[in-house]
Write a protein that binds this ligand. Structure first.
Ligand SMILES: Nc1nc2c(c(=O)[nH]1)N[C@H]1C(S)=C(S)[C@@H](COP(=O)(O)O)O[C@H]1N2
Ligand SMILES: [Mo]
Length: 172
């Protein structure tokens, strides 16, 4: 009983320090597990040298959204869930104009950073409520709001929809 207030105060202080660390343009929390995503380049918030690494838990801790849409990869609409690309870029303090989004299979796409502002693009880590296995194009899959915004069901946006994402380089 005696210790509870102190523990609560210490926990509040820790949350405060972590949040200011993320906001002051220098540090993100350090991943405790194997990183699933590395963001490099023109970013202000880092946690390992000049990179921002995310493990699955850190990634899942970003504000999340759901999107139900048809895609070329599945024969019916599916529910995709994860952070908005916009919020992921904000978390690392990205300042560049172009994103080079790189996949585990060495595919890469150049995506204008303006897509993140223009569309509610999701970096999905779940499909129909389940984590996305690598063999089913996980762990991370860029999904545009294809059914919500006219014009997105097009090759230009399909080729920007990188699956098996492993890293993002923010280019000036
Ligand atoms: N990781 C990864 N993502 C990718 C690709 C790829 O080869 N690897 N191909 C892109 C292209 S060019 C298109 S049109 C769509 C559809 O690819 P698919 O039908 O071959 O899966 O996925 C995009 N995302
Ligand atoms: Mo393509």
């Amino acid at each position: 009983m005696i210790g509870m207030r102190r523990i609560a105060a210490a926990a509040a202080l820790l949350v405060f320090l972590l949040s200011t660390a993320a906001a002051d343009g220098t540090r993100l929390p350090t991943p405790h597990d194997v990183p699933i995503l590395a963001i490099t380049g023109a970013i202000e918030n880092t946690n390992q040298q000049d990179r921002a690494l995310f493990d699955a838990a850190m990634f899942a801790g970003l504000p999340r959204r759901q999107l139900v849409t048809a895609t070329p990869w599945y024969d019916a609409p599916r529910t995709f869930e994860g952070p908005l690309l916009r919020d992921l870029l904000a978390a690392v303090g990205a300042t560049g104009r172009t994103l080079r989004i790189e996949a585990l299979n060495d595919y890469a796409a150049l995506v204008p950073a303006s897509d993140a502002a223009a569309f509610d693009v999701i970096v999905a880590d779940r499909i129909d409520g389940e984590p996305i296995p690598v063999r089913e194009r996980g762990p991370l899959f860029m999904i545009y709001p294809f059914d919500q915004v006219p014009g997105l069901h097009a090759e230009l946006y399909y080729q920007r929809s990188v699956w098996q994402i492993r890293s993002i380089e923010v280019q000036p």
